[in-house]
Design a protein around this ligand. Sequence first.
Ligand code: NAD
Length: 713
Amino acid sequence: MGAKYVVRGNVAVVTLDNPPVNGLGYDTRREFSAGIERAEADPAIAAIVVTGAGKAFSGGADIKEFGSPKAIAEPNLLTLIRQLENCNKPVVAAVHSVCMGGGLELALGAHYRVAAPGANVALPEVKIGLIPGAGGTQRLPRALGVEPALNMIVSGEPVKSELLATLPGQRLFDQVITGDLLDGACTFAAAKATEHDGGAKPLPPGEGGNAKPLPRVRDLKATHPNADAYFQFARNMVKGMSKNFPAPAKCVDAVQASLTRPFDEGMLYEREVFMALMLTPECKALRHAFFAERAASKIPDVPEDTPQRKVEKLAVIGAGTMGGGITMNFLNAGIPVTMLETKAEALERGVATIRKNYEAQVKKGKLKQDKYEQRMSLLKTTLSYDDIKDADMVIEAVFEEMGVKEGVFKKLDEVMKPGAILASNTSTLDVDKIASFTKRPQDVIGTHFFSPANVMKLLEVVRGKATAKDVLATVMALGKKIRKTAVVSGVCDGFIGNRMIEQYSRQAGFLLEEGCTPQQVDRAIEKWGMAMGPFRMGDLAGNDIGWAIRKRRYQEKPNMRYSKTADLLCELGRYGQKTGAGWYDYQPGKRDAIASPLVVEMIEKYRAELGIRPRKISDDEIVHRLVYALVNEGAKIVEEGIASKASDIDMVYLTGYGFPLHRGGPMCYADTVGLFNVVQAMKKFAANPHDDASFWQPAPLLARLAAEGKAFS
Ligand code: NAD
């Protein structure tokens, strides 16, 4: 796979052919370049059309090659672009479907560009912490105009070709072709061949030639009537919006260089910035997250061509907080849902909440009225299992009690058609046990949504020991369909995310005992980048939930030490925002966390009972104790095979727990710090008499990797 070469009359068509999106990997570049050379050498060819096969013009550089010698092996992308630009026959890029990153930079090297309407055109490098690196920052402002180009470069968002073609003064697209793109492009190219003197090497008129020189984007001038003020404004905007990421501000600098520097100097500047960004931890984190997301859908023993079951009709049992949110995901994706409850009032409440959520979206202009009605028309409710027995899949979201789940799954086993997928949204119960209530454990799986289920990206897909591979493959694909990041977890207490958060919460408790206040802990970790510190999070989720879990869990593990401060808080009835008081005080109707003297007093009293003299704990220590608690448990989870790879854990934390994207997830962060350094820090924490030495026993995988100088990734 690389590139194809065909001749149509006097036009050569060189087509990138590297499915799925014609990534510009080494082999593709080599064959493409050979195609251009061949066309240029053939006297029967007067013009060249370059395009992409299948579903894209080109999705851009092959980022799997980043950092490898292949990425720069000749012909590299810059060479290819120069080859088009310097070609002595008119080159027309025929853009369609997807034209992104290096794909767009390549098209900008052509003398002309024609586009099919509806093509997504973008320079998305900023999303992986970079700026475009093959002339995008220098050519796009020249071709499109400074402001629209900067908007595209700094946001990375795609813009439709037909929209770009209407921008005043733009030179990006010479024509939008509504009929057959290739026919149109070849006709256009043949006409240009005539215009440029039949393809002969054009000598400028002053040098005795009569050919019109071939236009090159690099020869255009990027201008702005108010450049200084505009770039100052852009810089301020970007600073406010992307505080943890260096790339967006660099996009502004590079685009400004397209105005202030000659083309070749601008190109050098772009390269310099690109290379410097490539080495930043933020860029590494973003690239890690990009790959981790793709890797999450790959399950080692479930091949990608595993057949899937059809899921066209869904049932949800329980119309409470989670049942309603889960239902919305499927309605949004156009899949009909029947919600089942034990009482009509519960159904009415559930439907009313769904309506309220949609209406809020309509009010904000995020959802059109007709779409809202269309979604609601897909929703049915019932009190009878008879009405759901034909569903292809059912998701249970009833109370978190094994007895209640048992009743539901026995009933489902009795009524559901053979082959229906039976899923549970349990957050703490044993999915294998739930499966054992049926005679078809192979059809049972966990689908652990996060609250609010219609908003949160994460879906932990819990694979039971009997779960069939086709069930797993189907649910993973369904996850994608409802726009979730689906990550597979094995069965264990808390699955991936909550099992790790337990250790994080235990550390947070120890920090209080040793001298911190809740706000000091929250402030330190939020400053580091977590969306919410452990105590604000507890107040939001409800401290009583953790209390109930601890009562069960620590009865089973009486030797597990944890701080009783959270229990004492619950004994005061301070469950969090819902009771107006938790670790913090709350004013009615408001969510601002106000420091509570009563809680500080409660902690101090307990500390005194333990005989601990408080000490000043640095923000660094707070952050490292909390994050390494996650890392150590994460290592155990990988070693036990609960997660099939460390990057799955990062996805769980980035999409479900507000872990800062610029840190790449807990495991990626540990790799950045160096596992040896992580283990050294853990040894220091273990020597603290008030911490729990066994807590800081490095997981065997972590200890081994650290000793070998290796990383999780
Ligand atoms: P909820 O109390 O809001 O809703 C449960 C609903 O189930 C109620 O409407 C109840 O009437 C209904 N119900 C109870 N028994 C039933 C039965 N036998 N048949 C049909 N309906 C029945 O609870 P929730 O917060 O939506 O939690 C539901 C499940 O989701 C639990 O397993 C919970 O652990 C899990 N979960 C909750 C969250 C969360 O943040 N709330 C997050 C992830 C997972």
